[in-house]
Design a protein around this ligand. Sequence first.
Ligand code: GRF
Length: 219
Amino acid sequence: MTHRRPLRLVVLISGPGTNLQALIHAQHAGELDAEIQAVFSDHIDAQGLERARRADIDARYINPADYDDGAAFDAALAQEILVYDPDLVVLAGFMRILSPSFVETFAGRMLNIHPSLLPRFKGLDTHRRVLQAGERFHGATVHFVTKDMDGGPSVIQYRIQVRTKDTATSLKDRVSQGEHIVLPRAVAWFAEQRLSVNDGAVMLDGRQLMQPVLVEGEV
Ligand code: GRF
């Protein structure tokens, strides 16, 4: 039997990169059979770039101001990513809406982590909106990326109960802890060839997921 090569991973970030760090930890702990080939950021001062450098990963900044528009930026970014021949691209706090052609290039091999229980609360500022809506539950979702923003098929969710004392900041912290569990788990499944998507259907261990795998956080 030939040994499967470690998953070639490229991670896109815009900010702190705590999810990137969780992936690096999982890899170092032997829980994720992957090699992070490169980390790209559209922000020069993203802390995640520093995390990548410290882990000896190529840290690449691409300046959106160097391109005429979003589509030109995305085309250049896609070319740069393809140089690394990735099996999987992970959007871990990459705060740009990607063009359809970018999404097409990485169809079936791009995951995003979003801080809400999708399909509820797509878009920005989810923690404040969840509080305002008086929701009982909140969390995070890992999903395959399609042209439909925050709308691609979900793989795994982390769910917590909203507490009366919660603020947007406390919710962000609580959700973030769970993100660091579910993102490495989904990426590990993909690396182990247990996870795929076909025509919008998510397959895990040979069975179609009718709903995302649910991980309950502390109550
Ligand atoms: C996370 O909340 C993620 O769900 C969202 O952006 C945030 C990134 O945080 N897409 P970090 O940069 O990984 O710390």
